[in-house]
Design a protein around this ligand. Structure first.
Ligand code: GLN
Length: 488
């Protein structure tokens, strides 16, 4: 049998069903890899070995008893933003460094019910604020393709873990690109579903109108299998949408003949690395050869997405993070003098610099006298960007472009200049502002570092996205390449 850690979720699920391997064996093998590479990658915040082996044991019983589902016994990792009963959920922050949630997030609960085994909780930017995984209280994650470089953020731990084959797949979240961007920089597949497709219950809130849970996997096929298990209406999340969840795996093979692909003029205009552009164009040729047709589309308001996002997201974060006051849960300072001192020192010591910057920006744009000039205006521009996308989807089925402006950069290269850091999100933020589903799939290498192609779809068009990504992956093998040193 092929080495276990190089296998996809689909392959592992088949091996489990045919009893070639047990869930306990699988869990042990991945846990050993996680332990071995923790010091060099720092991809995990917690390794939940005991729980993993217990869940794997139960999965083996189900497999033996013939009562297993499609994913029973498959191990995965969860981003440390999803609450997990009985295990720490830190969200990459000192504020929650010792927090143990009394309940599971809906995503965790559903995957657990499907028999999926949790290996551990992955490292991330503090409260998911960042593009390089350098704002984590637990230290940066390193990119398995080059340990001197960032893995992308904020789901950097999930992306590095899947790229290094420490876990076959991992959950992740995307507020402005945090699934797609690290997926691109680590050479793995990422999907951010439509806003409302996956429940946010138990997912620590950053910017509630933008946050969406999703996945980082080795392939579109794996994303289809896992998404089907975690998506769907949840009465505990008032923004989750009551629509049936399609059988994503069943739609993967659909032919691409006649598929209309939009090329976003604004994505290819300027600032895009020549080499990345060359890879995207080569990928488009692969899709064209299967009968897809290309059409240029323009979203005139898209260039405003970064400034719009960096008003809306901090505004929502300043409100969401007000709950961390040292009183109810989370970090509390030593020996507070009085209530004000308790608030000030607990928040001052519990949050890192980037989180404080966002809270201050957000509080400012929401304050009397500035609300109209900043927050209200940003909301209006957000609507214009949404309208642009809506018009584009009258003409095309999906839109394709780059995921990131460059391949992975060196650790520390952008930490002193927040605006340069924010510009990494230029291609990903639009989909969040408009609530659209979007994916990143590996499409080549620039100087030995992976780069991604982004596919954006219409609302609830995940099935189509997965289909396009899968057909592309049937013709290419970029997604099967693993970083040297991590595969035998
Ligand atoms: N890089 C963006 C930010 O820092 C997006 C993060 C995310 O998607 N969680 O806000």
């Amino acid at each position: 049998m092929t080495e276990l850690h190089t296998m996809t979720v689909a392959e592992l699920a088949a091996a489990l069903r045919s009893r070639q391997v047990s869930s306990v064996e699988l869990a042990r093998s991945f846990l050993a890899r996680i332990e071995r590479h923790q010091a060099d990658l720092n991809a995990f915040i917690s390794i939940t070995a005991e729980a993993a082996l217990e869940q794997a044991g139960k999965a083996d019983e189900r497999l033996r008893g013939g009562d297993a589902g499609a994913l029973t016994g498959v191990p995965i990792a969860h981003k440390d933003i999803f609450c997990t009963a009985g295990e720490k959920t830190t969200c990459g922050s000192r504020m929650l460094a010792n927090f143990v949630s009394p309940y599971d997030a809906t995503v965790v609960e559903r995957l657990r019910a499907a028999g999926v085994v949790m290996l551990g909780k992955t490292n991330m930017d503090e409260f998911a604020m960042g593009s390089s995984n350098e704002t984590s209280y637990f230290g940066p994650v390193r990119n398995p393709w080059d340990p001197l470089r960032v893995p992308g953020g904020s789901s950097g731990g999930s992306a590095a873990a899947v790229a290094a084959r420490l876990a076959p797949a991992a959950t992740a979240t995307d507020t402005g690109g945090s699934i797609r961007q690290p997926a691109a920089l680590c050479g793995v597949t990422g999907i951010k579903p439509t806003y409302g497709r996956v429940s946010r219950y138990g997912m620590v809130a950053f910017a509630s109108s933008l946050d969406q849970g999703g996945l980082i996997t080795q392939s579109a096929q794996d994303a289809a299998l896992l998404l089907a298990a975690m998506a769907g209406f949840d009465e505990r999340d008032s923004t989750s949408v009551e629509l049936p969840v399609p059988d994503y795996a069943a739609g993967l093979e659909q032919p691409l003949k006649g598929l209309k692909i939009g090329l976003l003029k604004e994505f290819f205009d300027r600032g895009l690395d020549d080499e990345i552009e060359r890879h995207i164009r080569a990928a488009l040729d692969v899709l064209r050869a299967q009968g897809a047709v290309l059409k240029e589309v323009s979203l005139p308001n898209l260039p405003l997405s970064v400034p719009t996002y960096y008003v809306v997201a901090p505004a929502e974060c300043s409100s969401n993070l007000a709950r961390f006051d040292g009183v109810r849960y989370g970090y509390r300072c030593e020996k507070p003098r009085d209530l004000l001192d308790l608030y000030q020192r607990s928040r001052g010591e519990g949050f890192g610099a980037e989180v404080k910057r966002r809270i201050m920006t957000g509080t400012y744009v929401l304050s009397a006298g500035y609300y109209d000039a900043f927050y209200l205006k940003a909301q209006r521009v957000r609507q214009l960007i949404s309208n642009d996308f809506e018009h584009a989807f009258h003409e095309v089925d999906v839109v394709i472009g780059p995921t990131t402006p460059t391949a992975a950069f060196e650790l520390g290269a952008k930490t002193s200049d927040p605006v340069t850091m924010y510009l990494n999100d230029i291609y990903t933020i639009g989909a969040n502002l408009a609530g659209l589903p979007a994916m990143s799939v590996p499409c080549g290498f620039v100087q030995g570092l992976p780069v991604g192609m982004q596919i954006i779809g219409a609302h609830f068009g995940e099935e189509r996205l997965l289909n396009v990504a899968h057909r592309y992956q049937c013709e290419t093998d970029w997604h099967r390449r693993a970083p040297p040193g991590f595969v035998a």
